[in-house]
Design a protein. Structure first.
Lengths: 316, 171
């Protein structure tokens, strides 16, 4: 399959990623409603699909208010960072054979680096807001994302060992025989949990715990700047779901249907799973979260890496 | 860990449950006969106004949304000159119905009274008064009460005996 022109694939990835993220707002509300025996938004347009449009018109029309006590340049920069870092990660995402913005040979590391940079957005937002709730939210986000990033990276090293490459298309190609979810099941579970923490979604949404911190690090944001955080979160969900599909479920590989369809099916399955987790699980205490990350998940990730390394060595 | 998976599974099973939302404008909810909705003023079986303008409803009303002025017709029968309910104040508690000695004021199973202008929620007597007797089809206050009005003298009401001439009781 011939690759499309780079500009075309960049535009395509950006537009598709952003529209999926916007569409996710509707998907999440409908799915949450389904699991709570309600309907959710079903009035605007067919099945309520235009709800997103109505919401975005509303949020664009809102006053873009900057509180007088904030550190203005940083305050404006923070929501842009979350957007940029997530969009940058989409650059290395192989959607289908040949459909990728840039086939970096260190694609996986690039993804990890970008998701680490995403912490800056949250921390700077909390810091520049100059309010106690935002600051506490930002601090929590920093602590949480740093400790979950450690084993997020380690949980993926098993995949790298098996595939023998950091390049994401090569990792997908290496799953021709068997999806990595089977030999790397502990790694999959670890990455799923780390991914939830990375996107700051409900069981790990302590940085924005509304019952304790108003809205955490984005308490002082309004209008489209808040919207950037909001859409950035959904883009993060899309990214993590696609990463799970690519790294553990064989990306575009699958019988009968074309690769693109398989990729999106797998991605939407994990997006739905993320929403199910949100519908079902409560938020832990912060010390539980930290000790769970450092005392349970990190040793497990190390053991998994050790076992995978030993197995790969013995196989050769 | 197992409990987390079980929770996820139980929540997932809700995909196959019936949704409890009533899709309101298309699908109307069931309203019980005693539902406390829009307030009406009813009439006697013979078509006269039941309200005797006693002001008990206005006094019982916790938000003070009822205003009326009593007057009498040429037969000596009391009735409200005007009767005004401000539905933008009304909390539909039903105390006025409880207080009413003549079953005149009644609450009905109708809540669809949305308006674009608040002033339109002030209902006058001609908006409130209905043609029928409401929940009590046979009740007729003036035929039971021992009050003299034009066309009905003492002792002519139902289950009533004529006045006794006290002089016949003297020893």
């Amino acid at each position: 399959m011939t690759s499309p022109h780079p500009i075309l694939s960049i535009l395509g990835v950006v537009i598709v990623a952003m529209s999926i993220a916007a569409f996710l707002i509707w998907v999440e509300r409908r799915l949450l409603a389904l699991w709570q025996d309600r309907y959710g938004p079903n009035r605007v347009g067919p099945f309520g699909l235009l709800q997103v449009l109505a919401d975005s018109i509303k949020i664009f029309m809102k006053e873009d208010w900057i509180p007088p006590f904030v550190d203005i340049p940083v305050f404006i920069l923070a929501p842009a960072i979350v957007f940029v870092t997530v969009l940058m990660s989409f650059a290395v995402l192989p959607v289908a054979p040949g459909i990728i913005v840039s086939d970096l040979n260190v694609g996986l590391l690039f993804f990890l680096a970008m998701s680490s940079l995403g912490v800056y957005s949250v921390v700077l937002a909390g810091w520049s807001s100059n309010s106690k709730y935002a600051l506490v939210g930002g601090l929590r986000a920093a602590a949480q994302m740093l400790s979950y990033e450690v084993f997020m990276g380690l949980s993926l090293m098993g995949v790298v060992l098996l595939a023998g490459s950091f390049s994401l298309p090569a990792i997908v190609q290496a799953q021709k025989k068997i999806w990595f979810v089977i030999p790397q099941f502990p790694g999959f579970v670890l990455f799923l949990i780390a991914g939830l923490a990375e996107t700051r979604r409900i069981p790990f949404d302590l940085p924005e715990a509304e019952s304790e911190l108003v809205a955490g690090y984005h308490s002082e944001y309004s209008g489209m700047k808040f919207g950037m955080f909001f859409v950035g979160e959904y883009m993060g969900v899309t990214l993590i779901s696609s990463m799970i599909a690519v790294l553990f479920f064989g990306g575009w590989l699958g019988p009968v249907l074309p690769g693109l369809v398989w990729f999106f099916l797998k991605m939407f399955f994990f997006i739905a799973f993320f929403v199910l987790v949100r519908a079902a699980l409560p938020r832990p205490r912060f010390d539980q979260l930290m000790s769970w990350g450092w005392k349970v998940m990190l040793p497990l990730a190390l053991i998994n890496l050790l076992a995978t390394g030993a197995a790969v060595l013995a196989w050769r | 860990m197992l409990s987390i998976l079980r929770t996820l599974w139980y929540v997932f099973l809700h995909s196959f449950r019936k949704r409890i939302t009533v899709q309101y404008p298309e699908e109307k909810p069931y309203l019980a006969p005693r539902f406390r909705g829009r307030i009406i003023l009813s009439r006697d079986p013979d078509g006269g106004e039941r309200c005797v303008a006693c002001n008990l409803c206005a006094v019982a009303c916790p938000v003070g949304c009822i205003a009326l002025q009593a007057t009498e017709d040429e037969k000596g029968r009391r009735y409200p000159e005007f009767f005004r309910i401000n539905f933008s104040r009304c909390i539909f508690c039903g105390y006025c119905e409880e207080a009413c000695p003549t079953y005149a004021i009644q609450l009905t199973p109708d809540f669809e009274m949305g308006e674009f202008h608040r002033k339109n929620l002030v209902y006058e007597k001609e908006d409130l008064l209905i043609d029928g007797p409401g929940k009590y089809p046979d009740y007729n206050f003036w035929r039971i009460a021992g009050v003299t009005i034009g066309g009905k003298d003492k002792g002519e009401a139902a289950h009533e005996e004529g006045p006794v001439d006290v002089h016949t009781l003297l020893p």
